[in-house]
Design a binder for this molecule. Structure first.
Ligand SMILES: Cc1cc2nc3c(=O)[nH]c(=O)nc-3n(C[C@H](O)[C@H](O)[C@H](O)COP(=O)(O)OP(=O)(O)OC[C@H]3O[C@@H](n4cnc5c(N)ncnc54)[C@H](O)[C@@H]3O)c2cc1C
Length: 580
């Protein structure tokens, strides 16, 4: 019987096993931690539920949506979204609203922001190598400093002047202040839609979904083994034969016919036995991650703030984002007089923040929540820390090159596929991680040849590119000179032939229409010289008409393109900080 061995019980790994059992395969999942869900697990601290980052469930994929509904049914709630930005002691609506921004920043700062935008439109950076240059050229330095710099630097831990522009360009493609301003001045009806989007969320957080998927796998005859860290993947260069895990300090061997891995691709490569060539190991070592930790606080107050989460751009505190899980789902909090907060700190495994003791981190979080003014230190009942390694695969300037080396090397295995966010080193949400798993299982069960790496990493971006390409085709630019010459040639032919027509008829007197035309075209008459003059008039006049038409038509097409593009940009802008 075909036996699928899956590494990792996150959304991708569990989806793979779930799908495999539906195809009648024997499936076993090996997970190193003591819980399922991976990055999308839910921590339980004294009956309070804490999500690792706040996982919205939204997808454009019918198969993913179907699976979520199948598994949780009515336990998947439809929730409203509200999030704001905190910057220098003020809250700003997200996306920005003019009245709110003016009150928050003050009219002088607002004027300075617009002036700065003009300045950078006139004198932009000549090269756009870094994130700082890229954003400044589009938004001006003031807006960059106010709303982009500090949050981005908290997330990635490097100055914006060192962050590659490529990353930004992928994420916030072609946004402009024009879009930001037009968004700011949209009517209230649209605002409500953009400020408060909706998303699905399990009653008890994402962990509830992944626990239910685990149960479904077990019910269908599969196995999910926790606390099984994969130590070694044995192979003969083409076929993987078995996996060695550690359980209770003892090695365990697991055999299978097919293998799917959602563990970080860098670790997978390092655990292959025999090891891959040095170039492959070097490529794996060159890929890196950003980690994060969340300090869960139980606060003795019911209504702290209305947001699901707040982006903390303020440079005076280290916290990057604050989640209010009570607003994600009231059931996340077992006591209605209390609130569960998650203060998220972006860091790198081994740095000072990561190495701080849990007591130090809880104390820091309490100090910062009080400094921001969301709760006083005395309101906080208890705190708990969860560290989340490898939360974000980093897209640095060479990551694609290194990833290609790993991809090519792993393609040499007949029965090993990598899936999921870190399995493919890609900034994927749950749905895309799941889709890669679904495709990988079809490859095994149905011998299909789906390209797991081809699963869409950035649908909005690709959608935009598709839209742009289609529009460019529809609104293809007319060549002014060519169109002028073409119209000129046709007009010349018509005018010259028309002047010959009376001669051919044997009556050199021009008809009424031609006589009328001759009043505007001196010298145009029914004769050989008249024909030459008609030729010249046609060429010059026709060229002028054709050229002018092409200019007007190109301008109209450009305008239409700009309007459509702005609509797409507005959609992206709405989510810009979700990406950063
Ligand atoms: C802060 C944050 C916010 C997010 N918000 C959203 C959101 O709003 N909506 C959304 O859809 N997605 C969101 N995501 C993305 C989502 O968490 C991931 O897409 C998803 O968890 C990826 O699933 P995965 O199975 O590929 O990987 P993971 O969740 O990383 O699972 C991999 C599993 O492999 C296990 N593993 C690793 N090494 C080994 C080993 N050696 N042996 C055995 N097991 C091993 C790990 O313990 C883990 O359980 C967010 C992510 C983060 C970090």
């Amino acid at each position: 019987m075909q036996r699928l061995v899956v590494i990792g019980a996150g959304p991708a790994g569990l989806t793979a096993a779930y799908e495999a059992t539906r195809f009648g395969l024997d499936a076993v999942v090996l997970e190193k931690s003591d819980d399922v869900g991976g990055l999308a697990r839910t921590a339980d601290f004294k009956g309070f539920h804490f999500d690792m980052g706040g996982h919205r469930f939204f997808t454009k994929s019918g198969s993913v949506e179907k699976m979520w509904r199948e598994v949780l049914g009515r336990k998947l709630l439809r929730r409203p979204r509200l999030s704001r930005i905190f910057y220098r002691g003020r809250f700003f609506q997200y996306p920005l609203r003019p009245g709110n921004a003016l009150r928050g920043l003050g009219p002088w700062r607002a004027i300075a922001i617009v002036a700065s935008w003009f300045k950078w439109q006139l004198f932009p950076y000549r090269t756009e190598d870094t994130f700082e240059q890229w954003v400044t050229n589009r938004f001006g330095r003031r807006l960059f400093r106010t709303f982009f710099q500090t949050y981005t630097e908290k997330v990635w831990g490097v100055p914006c002047s060192q962050l590659k522009a490529e990353w930004a360009a992928q994420r916030i493609k072609d946004l402009s202040l024009k879009t930001a301003v037009s968004n700011m001045f949209r009517r209230r009806r649209t605002t409500i839609k953009t400020l408060i989007e909706e998303f699905d969320y399990p009653v008890l957080g994402p962990g509830m979904m992944w626990k239910a998927v685990r149960d479904a796998i077990v019910d269908a005859g599969g196995t999910v083994e926790l606390e099984r860290e994969v130590l070694r993947i044995e192979h003969d260069g083409r076929v993987v034969s078995r996996i060695v895990t550690a359980h209770d300090g003892r090695p365990e061997e697991i055999e299978g016919t097919d293998f799917v891995s959602s563990m970080p691709i860098t670790e997978l490569v390092a655990k292959l036995d025999p090891p891959p060539p040095p170039g492959v190991l070097d490529a794996a070592r060159a890929l890196s991650y950003r980690d994060f930790l969340t300090v869960c606080l139980i606060v003795n107050r019911a209504d702290l703030f209305p947001d699901n989460w707040i982006y903390v751009h303020d440079p005076r505190v280290k916290v990057g984002r604050i989640q209010n899980y009570r607003n994600w789902s009231p059931a996340m909090v077992p006591d209605p007089s209390k609130t569960g907060l998650g203060l998220e700190y972006f860091c790198t495994e081994g740095d000072a923040l990561w190495r701080s003791t849990d007591e130090e981190l809880v104390a820091l979080a309490i100090r910062e929540i009080a400094a921001i003014g969301l709760a006083s230190a005395g309101d906080v009942a208890e705190g708990h820390v969860v560290r989340v390694p490898k939360a974000y695969p980093i897209y640095d300037s060479n990551y694609r090159e290194h990833l290609d080396v790993l991809k090519t090397f792993l393609a040499g295995f007949a029965n090993l596929q990598t899936i999921g966010r870190n399995g493919l080193h890609r900034y994927d949400n749950q749905d895309h991680a799941m889709l890669t798993a679904m495709l990988a299982v079809r490859n095994v069960a149905l011998q299909e040849k789906n390209d797991v790496w081809g699963v869409n990493a950035d649908p909005d971006y690709q959608e935009e590119v598709r839209l742009e390409t289609a529009l460019q085709r529809v609104f293809a630019k007319l060549d002014r000179f060519g169109f002028g010459v073409a119209v000129g040639a046709v007009a010349a032919a018509v005018l010259s032939l028309a002047s010959l027509f009376p001669l051919i008829k044997g009556d050199p007197v021009m008809g009424h229409e031609l006589a009328l035309l001759a009043q505007y075209l001196p010298g145009y008459e029914a004769s050989a010289i008249g024909m030459l003059r008609g030729l010249a008039y046609g060429l010059v006049g026709g060229f002028g008409v054709g050229w002018t038409f092409a200019v007007i038509r190109n301008a109209a097409a450009l305008f239409s393109l700009a309007v459509i593009r702005r609509r797409v940009e507005s959609r992206l802008l709405r989510r810009v900080f979700d990406y950063v």
